[in-house]
Design a protein around this ligand. Structure first.
Ligand SMILES: O=C(O)CCC(=O)C(=O)O
Length: 245
């Protein structure tokens, strides 16, 4: 259960910081694994690069190591997601997001698929992200920025290259996880340091929505066979369209 204060943070501001959600050692282990996957994918010529090659995503983490299978079932994170998205919510995607040295800010946005939905958007959450801080997030190294309360702007979406006065940056020690309603205007900040800023993005959606990644096709049978009931549900096995003929 979330506390009343945590629920009202999510309702009013649209985001909630879970400090010490994992230990510093656990964050280090996930960071090492993430960076080694990122390097392998670059070396294999299939690194998913963006922001002028200074940022990188690693997709489909559920299929890329047991620590990620465990992480995405984190009870505090799931409790917050279930509060926002319903008890049957599913995983939309689970990725690493590396913001490298000198990366400029990622544009403010609302999350998939809200950007392509007609307005006014519904006034209840449809998707939500968990941003796992695998480094200390600071004002200098690309900490996620957002506009508190912007999930209530049901008709609007952020304009490219506009600096909004009510924007804040979320800084906290590694091991923290920020839960953020996908309708909140948010994005990564510029990294002015000489070290990568690494986060995991555990992105969830309501069970009736099409997820960002088709886990039913891209997760290997080996992982599916050993999945707990919770992971099975998160991968979408409990919310498939029927195949009656
Ligand atoms: O990595 C971050 O700070 C935020 C990334 C983000 O906003 C997203 O991918 O939707």
């Amino acid at each position: 259960m979330l506390t009343d204060i945590e629920e009202s943070q999510l309702d009013e501001h649209g985001f909630l910081l879970l400090e010490h959600a994992i230990t510093a050692d656990e964050a280090d282990e996930l960071r090492d694994l993430s960076m080694s996957l990122a390097a392998q994918e670059r070396e294999a010529g299939r690194g998913y690069m963006y922001i002028d090659d200074k940022a990188q995503r690693v997709w489909n983490l559920v299929d890329k190591g047991e620590p990620f299978e465990r992480a995405i079932q984190h009870p505090r994170v799931l409790t917050a997601m279930e509060y926002l998205l319903g008890e049957d919510c599913t995983l939309s995607s689970f990725t690493v997001n590396v913001i490298g040295p000198d990366a400029t800010e990622g544009g403010l946005h609302i999350d998939y698929p809200l950007g392509s939905m007609p307005t006014p958007r519904p006034n209840f959450p449809l998707v939500a992200n968990s941003v796992w801080f695998l480094d200390d997030f600071t004002l200098e190294n690309g900490a996620t920025r957002c506009i508190p309360g912007s999930h209530r702007r049901l008709e609007a979406r952020p304009e490219p290259n506009v600096q909004y006065d009510d924007e804040v940056q979320i800084t906290a020690p590694k091991g923290s996880v920020m839960i953020i309603n996908g309708s909140v205007w948010h994005g990564s900040s510029a990294n002015h340091t000489n070290r990568d800023r690494v986060a995991l993005l555990g992105f969830f959606c309501r069970a009736f929505l099409k997820p960002q990644q088709d886990h039913l096709k891209i997760v290997s049978q080996k992982v599916i066979d050993r999945a707990t009931p919770t992971l099975t549900r998160l991968l979408g096995f409990n919310s498939m369209p029927n195949t009656n003929t």
